[in-house]
Design a protein around this ligand. Sequence first.
Ligand code: GDP
Ligand code: MG
Length: 597
Amino acid sequence: MQPSNIRNFAIIAHIDHGKSTLADRIMEQTATVSQRERQDQLLDDLAVERAHGVTVKSRTVRNFYQAEDGQEYEYNLIDTPGHVDFTYEVSKSLAASDGAILLVDATQGVQAQTVANLRLARENQLVVIPVINKIDAAAADVDRTTQQIRALGGDLATATIYRISAKTGLGVHAVMEAIRTTIPAPSGRATAPLKALVFDSQYDAFKGIIAAVRVVDGQLTAQEPLRLMAHNQALTAKEIGVLAPNRTATARLGVGEVGYVITGFKDPHALRVGDTLTSATTPTATALPGYQPAQSVVYAGFYPQGDHYRDLQLAVEKLALNDSSFHYRAETSDALGPGFRCGFLGIFHLQIIRERLHDEYGLDVLTTAPNVTYRVHVARETDPVVVDNPIKFPDFSQIEWVEEPLAQATITTTSDTLSAVMKLAEQHQGTLEDMANQGDLIVLTYQLPFSEIAYDFFNTLKSVSHGYATLTTELAGYAPADVVKIEVHVNYARVDALSFVVHRQDVARVTQALVHQLKTVIPRKLYPMPVQAVVEGKAVARVDVPPLRKNAAVNGEQRSTSKKQALLRRQSKNKRQASHSEIELPQAVFNAVLDLE
Ligand code: GDP
Ligand code: MG
């Protein structure tokens, strides 16, 4: 297709505002999907996406559209995730687009993620088409939503706002026309050397790494020897093609076209999202700008259950390829053996990755309590030690001071839930930085420790605001913090995998709750086991996990004295032999740490 008839666009919105439903309608109106293949939220094909009803991975679909001007257009649609934890996926999709449909649910109006996604679109210089969705719904307030969109300023103050029902298809045709009339055709030189942006990648068990690309200059053909510019790596495409929405091979991809390249690479590290693909024989001189690597905010250990270390290794490699915001490296725990320290964009991201390991790889992993990264300044060292694993937290006698990551959190909520939300933020050491009205909503900006929002803050926020409040967070730097490591000792042996770091002011509350939780979930042995929380070398809380059997000394009246004594001897021998390696650590034990927040 000639570039003047190509449009590359994304749909951006707050979660549940109808992106996937609109994508379904667009595919239908362009006959991309036959009646037979029709299914709701067709693009959400990962099991986690169907389970949670949210899009996690962006996907690209090529559609052919017969426009009112009598011409045929190639519409490359990129569906994007909407959850706060997946902003990174959104920004990748936007780098491959020239325009964006900003979708706003008429029953909810402009929400925090609407604003955050709009900011990303503007940063990528995209033309934005504002669209109000769900106008069929009884609770729709189109006028109010219109005012809120106007209040977003810039082009939106005067732009045509489209009104649709993605569900019934009402008004969608006008949006189809607006795409070709307002979003610019891709610019790029067909005669220049090949330059293509790798904006996504995926691992296929049979075909290896498959890259999603957008051709910026030149053309991509299946025969041509290729080169990835980041590591100057040679490559011959096994196949190139388009997603329509299933993989369909083509002979070439021209300027502005979006498609896939089957690289033939089996090594998941061989391809980096954001890289530039060029010709090996006539390469382009300069690579495309690429992406900022995603910065992990929350870390946790993943450990295999049973002897599935190798399976887990292969699975995390492939997931990291499919989701470049997920990071991992090998680590070993005394209690759990070899595993991986993994970095995530947030707790929801962690949960999604765990579920994908289960759904896509059949692996149930033990997950240690998540933590943020600390910068620990130790005596006689100029640079701080960066600690993303509590086990590695230096001994308190060495520590001079510690810095913790701060979050800039933007909370959007309604006026009647404002006081509850503010109270919650204060309980989590939030400092209010700004408060502004956005239509009927109030936008609060807080600075607070990342550790305070890393666990359950989002869920609590949702419940105190009756589901209305939304949250976006950004790393806002590091600040000094009074934090200490809590170690858990079971039967006098430290269980390294249960260590975690908290603010000193929370020690008493957290350790009491912890030992009582652990009492119920640590599998019992034949002998009683003390469970202690130890802070800076001192036990600050203790409970005893009761033994599996009743104590021979007090119960067993029916038995003879000699039998009782024999039993007591056996029990005390068992006790002496007991070592921490015998303590089983089911997931419930780690959840006890998680449940504390
Ligand atoms: P996404 O998270 O933005 O991809 O949202 P979805 O497309 O998954 O839609 C979220 C929910 O809103 C689903 O239950 C849809 O059926 C519903 N929905 C989407 N569009 C409309 C619409 O135009 N009208 C109504 N009434 N419901 C809609
Ligand atoms: Mg969706």
